[in-house]
Design a protein. Structure first.
Length: 259
C-alpha cells in the first residue's frame, strides 16, 4: 500500500464481525457481486481515508453466516480504535456488524494465527418450517435418529484425512485436519426440534462442514449405517460421501487464537 506512506504509522487492526450471509455472494470479493469483503472494505476505506484490504480468518461461502468472524487490516492515521465500532454503525448495512475492534501486534494474521475455528450447522425437524429462522436453518420435515448422528460425529473426530469431504476440484497442500470435536445438541421447540451440530478443527477444507453434515444426515435418516462412514473416510474420494448440505444452516461461530 505504497500510496498510504506519509499518512501515518501502520497500525494492524483486529475486528470481530457478524453477518447474515443470505444476501451476500460469500466473503471474498467477486467482480459485480455483493460480498462481505467488498462492503466492509468500502466502509473502512471511507472511514480511514485510504484504500483498505481486509483479511478474514475464513472465507465463508455464499449464504453462510458468521457471528464470530475475525478480520485484520492496516490503518494509517490517528483515528482512535475505540471509535471504530461506533463510526461503522452508520456506514454498514443492517446485515453486517462490526462489534469489536482493537489494535494488535503488527504481524498478527487473522487466518494463519488461528488455532481453531468453530462452525455450527442448525437443522429444524418437524412437519413445518418456522419463518423467523428460515434464513438460518435447514428445515428437515421428517424425524432424524439423533443418537446415530452423535455416534457418527464421534467417529469423525481426530486427526484424519478428510479428502472425501473436500469439494470436488478444490486444491490444497494436504487434506489432513484435526477435527477436535463434534457436538450434537437437540432442543425441543414449540414448532419442532432444533438440532445443532458443532464442529471445531484446526482448519477446514472447502465445503468440508457442509459435506460432513450431508453425510451425517444420510445416517440420521437411516439410509446408511455407521460402518459406511469409515468406508467414506478411507475412500478419500468426494463421490463416496453424502450430498452437500445447503448453505443457510451454517454459521462461523468463533475463531480461537493462542495468544
Amino acid at each position: 500500500m505504497s500510496g498510504t506512506r506519509g499518512k501515518g504509522e501502520r497500525r494492524r487492526i483486529k475486528m470481530l464481525v457478524a453477518y447474515d450471509g443470505t444476501d451476500y455472494h460469500g466473503f471474498q470479493v467477486q467482480p459485480g457481486m455483493r460480498t462481505v469483503q467488498a462492503v466492509l472494505e468500502e466502509a473502512l476505506g471511507r472511514l480511514a481515508g485510504h484504500p483498505v484490504q481486509v483479511t478474514p480468518a475464513g472465507r465463508t461461502d455464499a449464504g453462510v453466516h458468521a457471528g464470530g468472524q475475525v478480520v485484520h487490516w492496516d490503518l494509517y492515521g490517528s483515528i482512535p480504535v475505540d471509535r471504530l465500532v461506533t463510526a461503522l454503525r452508520g456506514l454498514l448495512p443492517q446485515d453486517l456488524v462490526v462489534y469489536r475492534a482493537e489494535e494488535t501486534h503488527p504481524d498478527f494474521h487473522a487466518r494463519y494465527d488461528a488455532v481453531s475455528k468453530i462452525y455450527r450447522y442448525s437443522i429444524l425437524t418437524g412437519p413445518h418450517g418456522w419463518p423467523f429462522i428460515a434464513r438460518y436453518v435447514l428445515h428437515h420435515p421428517h424425524p432424524l435418529d439423533v443418537q446415530a448422528i452423535k455416534w457418527a460425529g464421534r467417529l469423525l473426530q481426530g486427526r484424519r484425512d478428510f479428502a472425501s469431504f473436500q469439494a470436488a476440484g478444490a486444491a490444497t497442500k494436504t487434506t489432513v485436519r484435526n477435527l477436535m470435536r463434534v457436538d450434537v445438541d437437540e432442543q425441543v421447540m414449540a414448532w419442532g426440534r432444533m438440532l445443532h451440530i458443532t464442529f471445531e478443527a484446526d482448519g477446514f477444507l472447502y465445503h468440508m462442514v457442509r459435506n460432513m453434515v450431508g453425510t451425517l444426515l444420510e445416517i440420521g435418516r437411516g439410509y446408511r449405517g455407521l460402518g459406511w462412514l469409515e468406508e467414506v473416510l478411507n475412500a478419500r474420494d468426494r463421490r463416496a460421501a453424502g450430498p452437500t448440505a445447503p448453505a443457510q444452516g451454517l454459521s462461523l461461530v468463533e475463531v480461537k487464537y493462542g495468544r
